[in-house]
Design a protein around this ligand. Structure first.
Ligand code: 9MR
Length: 342
């Protein structure tokens, strides 16, 4: 009897511990990174969650072989005031990654958005010098620790013309080339990517991107890879995504899925979650079909932290785990696809 009581008490204690850890304890059915073999499986990282949420950190450490700072390496965060750089949040992520043997995707050096106001106000040659210095200082700090950089982000409009930005206005088309050449000198070992949004399928934007990359490579500009963000929705992976990855790879560059998510109308019912799972699976399989598709990064891994609800009101539920960090059908579909059983 005494033994039985002791066993029951012990079992109760274990149960209480598990309950206290609550949904944060997540027993996930598997680990994405282990399933992937040769490809990196990554996620964007929310700095506030990284600092404050043990369950978030645990999943981040266990599931992924690569991390991308969602915001903390953007210029506005790194150098809000000219000459006063703040590396604290960026270092936090790079340190976390080192501790957990993860790659870091540096994101992003030159982008039309999230620049500090003082940069937006610069002109001509002064801007050029400051951009070069920004690239050099940032890449040199993390040399050897960040081996892949989104050097240039989203240079094109949907119609394939150059997107307006302070760089485009002040420096003309040459700013893209200059950024890559500067980056190569700053860290000769790093893989340099051009990362674009909404260029998954052939069409005006993707065709212009293809022409741009081909032209730059032809002139010896050091571009190592092209990132396809893959911000998707229930309409699915655009037709021709795989063929598009293939034609870029055939130029002699690596390709990657860099920011995948699948936004749904809220509340998302079971049928919508099943559709979402299919969309995720399709994207993953398209990357896996292309040997030069090196990595698949998701733009966040829990619905608790995703950019979608804040920017697209009424939509969300875009990631692999729900807000309590429980696997959604999308998680299981991605896991299966990574294991080659999708
Ligand atoms: O997810 C990021 C969000 O938290 C920021 O508010 C936003 C600012 O524009 O940037 C989001 O990330 C973007 C990424 O850096 C580049 N591609 C598009 C992403 C979604 O907007």
């Amino acid at each position: 009897m005494a033994v039985l009581v002791a066993v029951l008490v012990a079992a109760g204690a274990v149960l209480r511990v598990l309950q206290a850890r609550g949904p944060e304890a997540v027993a996930l059915p598997g680990q994405l990174q282990k399933a992937a073999e040769k490809r990196l499986v990554g996620t964007a990282v929310d700095d506030t969650a990284l600092r404050n949420e043990p369950g978030y950190r645990r999943n981040l450490a266990e599931q992924f072989s690569s991390v991308t700072p969602e915001n903390v390496m953007k210029w506005a965060v790194l150098e809000p005031v000219r000459g006063k750089r703040d590396w604290a949040a960026a270092d936090r992520l790079v340190d976390f990654a080192a501790e957990h043997d993860q790659a870091v995707r540096g994101h992003t050096l030159v982008w039309f958005s999230q620049n500090p106001p003082w940069v937006e106000a610069l002109e001509g040659d002064e801007l050029l010098q400051v951009v070069r210095e920004h690239i050099r200082t940032t890449m040199e700090r993390y040399a050897g620790r960040i081996r892949t950089w989104d050097v240039v982000n989203e240079p094109l409009e949907d119609d394939g013309t150059r997107r307006p930005s302070v760089f485009q206005r002040e420096l003309g088309d040459g700013w893209v080339e200059d950024a890559f050449r500067t980056a190569r000198v700053a860290d000769g070992e790093a893989k340099l990517y051009l990362n674009e949004i909404g260029a998954e399928a052939p069409g005006p934007k993707s065709d212009a991107l293809y022409a741009l990359v081909r032209e730059l490579l032809g002139r010896g500009v050091p571009i190592d890879g092209v990132g396809f963000q893959a911000h998707l929705n229930r309409r699915g992976v655009p037709d021709g995504f795989r063929a598009n990855l293939e034609r870029f790879a055939a130029l002699g560059v690596d390709v990657a899925i860099t920011e995948a998510d699948v936004a749904l109308k809220l509340p998302a019912d079971a049928a919508a979650l099943r559709v979402q799972a299919r969309v995720y699976r399709g994207a993953v399989k398209d990357c896996l079909a292309i040997p030069r598709c090196r990595s698949i990064t998701f733009w966040g891994f829990t619905d608790r932290h995703s950019w979608i609800p804040a920017t697209q009101p009424g939509r969300g539920a875009a990631t692999l785990l729900d807000a309590e960090l429980r696997p959604k059908p999308a998680y299981r579909a991605v896991l299966k696809a990574l294991r080659g059983r999708g």
